[in-house]
Design a protein around this ligand. Structure first.
Ligand SMILES: [Zn+2]
Length: 354
């Protein structure tokens, strides 16, 4: 073959390489089941009177159109109210999730089981799931916990920043507000965890204090979830997970879904207040994967609940950039599918009663 022909073919291959490269990435992301375990849109939609199915680009991290753009198949919406806001508010937030599904029957399906999640994704709809953030919302009443389950809630963080009477939070254990002897789960707290395991509601250890964490790990019978927590090793804030906690979640078969908040990813963030690069988020994922295995890490963005996210991640539309960054970090397609949603689905299935 003439030398100039060789050069021509080589150049063509290079050019094609550049264009086809985007296609496998796109195909990998679109075909993977992408599950985000924490989004706070519902709370801001109630306080700011904005609708999920409106176009909110530039105002929020999330809206329905951008969820599709980001290739998200399933979203756990956080059912949340601050420390003194209880069960009635949780009911309202659940109503809002129902309303989103009812207004958009062609694009959104409420999902309460792994089977329903997969069915929604197969039919090209966003699977809308719910997790309660803050055990205070059950108002110390197991019947209310049951009602939350009956209405479709499939995880609950045992605390938010505030402690309950039955479980101490990371914020209040470290501030010293809760004295040492009152920390952890009391006997009612143990009943809550037990009932969650029996019902098939995932026990979420995000936000709980260390004493509560270890008390939980002694008694859980199912894999736990950290719906939006990052790694203490990189950013020593009270509610990031320390190495021994990460190891325990690995042994338990659970999953840690990394929080995108800049201040939980980068310990220097508060001082410089510049957004960390996307690679910082990948560092957290990589740390967990290397420490306890790629089967135990996922994504819990906390979008619309956080004031800052890494560069390139401006909102839910940017999830494909995470897939690209994982490929660049050397992860296989198989492992990327686990991180994007496979691991959460496995833990969800292990907790599911059906
Ligand atoms: Zn939170």
């Amino acid at each position: 073959m003439p030398i100039n022909m060789k050069a021509f073919l080589f150049t063509t291959a290079l050019l094609m390489g550049a264009t086809v490269w985007a296609q496998p990435l796109d195909r990998l992301h679109r075909k993977a089941l992408v599950i985000d375990t924490h989004n706070d849109f519902i709370s801001i939609s109630l306080s700011n009177r904005i609708a999920f199915d409106a176009s909110l680009q530039g105002r929020t991290h999330s809206d329905l159109n951008r969820m599709f753009k980001g290739g998200i198949d399933a979203q756990f919406f956080s059912i949340f109210g601050g420390g003194d806001i209880g069960f009635a508010h949780a009911m309202q937030e659940i109503d809002s999730v129902y309303a989103i599904a009812q207004r958009n029957p062609d694009r959104v399906a409420l999902a309460t089981s792994p089977a329903e999640l997969k069915k929604a994704a197969r039919s090209g709809k966003l699977a809308a799931l719910m997790g309660v953030e803050g055990g205070h919302m059950i108002e110390d009443d197991l019947n209310k916990l049951q009602t939350l389950y009956n209405r479709g809630v499939r995880y609950m963080t045992l605390t938010w920043n505030n402690s309950t009477l039955w479980a101490s939070s990371a914020a209040e254990e470290t501030s010293g507000k809760i004295p040492v002897e009152k920390r952890g789960l009391n006997s009612f707290g143990q009943q809550v965890v037990q009932k969650m395991n029996e019902m098939g509601m995932m026990v979420d250890i995000s936000h709980v204090g260390e004493k509560t964490f270890w008390d939980v790990m002694k008694i859980v019978t199912k894999p736990v979830i950290a719906s939006h927590s990052s790694v203490y090793h990189f950013a020593p804030v009270p509610r990031n997970l320390k190495d021994d906690q990460i190891d325990a979640i690995g042994k338990n078969g659970g999953v840690i879904c990394v929080n995108f908040y800049s201040g939980f990813l980068d310990s220097t963030f508060d001082k410089k207040s510049a957004r960390p690069p996307l690679s910082k988020l990948i560092d957290h994922i990589d740390y967990i994967a290397k420490r306890i295995g790629v089967d135990h890490v996922g994504l819990g963005s906390d979008f619309d609940g956080i004031g800052s996210s890494p560069q390139e991640l401006d909102g839910v539309q940017d999830f494909p950039k995470i897939t690209r960054a994982l490929l660049e970090r050397g992860y296989s397609n198989k492992d990327i599918r686990k991180i994007l949603g496979g691991n959460v689905l496995r833990v969800f299935a292990a907790n599911d009663r059906k």
